[in-house]
Design a protein around this ligand. Structure first.
Ligand code: UTP
Length: 295
């Protein structure tokens, strides 16, 4: 069992400006909840009980969100709003939250390295704070990844998602070979390839399990043209050293919602709002009426 997860949330979120000028993209709402709340709920549902947020400047609202708020609690209690109270009672979640700062935004690899002391000598899950797996984060992929990691004594397991071939240029893509037991071994990772150069249509989907070896690899990675330390470069080194790096394919109902750009954020919001048990049906009618007017 793996109980710890690192959630990097320190990026600038420039693709979502001006929405992200003074608030983290991970705190933008998708339907009723901020994105990062879905991420935490997914982690807890997959057996994670210790979560380290790697934060940066302008990210204190994440800490505030998971903190208790006695004043708000008493207002909700006095108003008999126990249903709302339950939705913000993070003490009930059986998870411990930790925070550290990435002092300079030097890339995802650098952000993950900020969790080295937290992970210690134990394997750790990494979950990007701007990605949700499955509608309402109902994915159990992390549990399957941990199982695969332990069964195969892997150094790394990465969640991958099949994407249309002409879309591969937006993703990190993996080259895989199938082992005799049906598991997928990653031999190479390519960042944002042209479709004709892509080794597959399997895109890296924002969830990883790592052995502590990853921290040694990150230390050896040279910064790229933008002075960033890329996590994919560190994983590529694991492959080159002959370590077992495996892919776990997400199921069709575990679609990865990446909130890092506006088209995908809009789509995610609408899909989650349509699935809302209370307001979804009415919202569908509104949307249909709006679309009929546009056409
Ligand atoms: P992105 O690759 O989307 O980068 O990060 P970004 O800086 O947040 O966004 P843009 O490209 O400027 O629009 C993927 C995840 O990694 C975190 C982000 O917070 C996000 O959850 N990250 C990225 C860090 O924690 N530190 C970094 O230096 C870079």
């Amino acid at each position: 069992m793996i109980h710890s997860a690192i959630v990097p949330v320190a990026g600038h979120g420039t693709r979502l400006l001006p929405a992200t000028k003074s608030q983290p993209k991970e705190m933008l709402a998708v339907a009723r909840k901020p994105i990062v709340q879905y991420v935490v709920e997914e982690l807890v549902a997959n057996g994670i009980s210790q979560v380290l947020f790697v934060t940066g400047r302008n990210k204190s609202s994440i800490e505030n969100h998971f903190d208790s708020d006695p004043e708000l609690t008493s207002v909700l209690k006095a108003g008999n709003k126990s249903d709302l109270l339950a939705e913000i009672d993070f003490d009930e979640l059986e998870a411990h939250f930790f925070y550290t700062r990435q002092r300079f935004q030097l890339g995802l690899g650098d952000a993950v390295a900020c969790g080295e002391n937290f992970a210690g000598e134990q394997p750790v899950v990494v979950a990007l704070g701007d990605s949700i797996l499955g509608i309402n984060a109902q994915s159990k992929a992390i549990s399957r990844m941990v199982q695969l990691f332990e069964e195969k004594r892997a150094s790394c397991v990465i969640a991958v998602e099949e994407v249309p071939h002409d879309q591969v240029r937006h993703y990190g893509v993996v080259d895989v070979t199938e082992n005799s037991d049906g598991s997928l071994r990653i031999t190479r990772l390519v960042e944002k390839p042209k479709p004709e150069e892509a080794p597959s249509n399997l895109a890296i989907a924002g969830r990883y399990v790592f052995s502590p070896l990853i921290f040694d690899m990150i230390r050896r990675v040279r910064p790229d043209k933008r002075s960033e330390i890329q996590l994919t470069d560190a994983i590529q080194m694991l492959c080159e050293e002959g370590k077992r790096v495996l892919a776990l394919k997400l199921r069709p109902d575990e679609k990865r919602y990446d909130i890092g750009n506006f088209p995908s954020y809009f789509e995610t919001f609408v899909e989650f709002a349509l699935a809302d048990p209370l307001y979804g049906a009415e919202f569908r009618h509104t949307l249909e009426r709006m679309l009929a007017k546009v056409e």
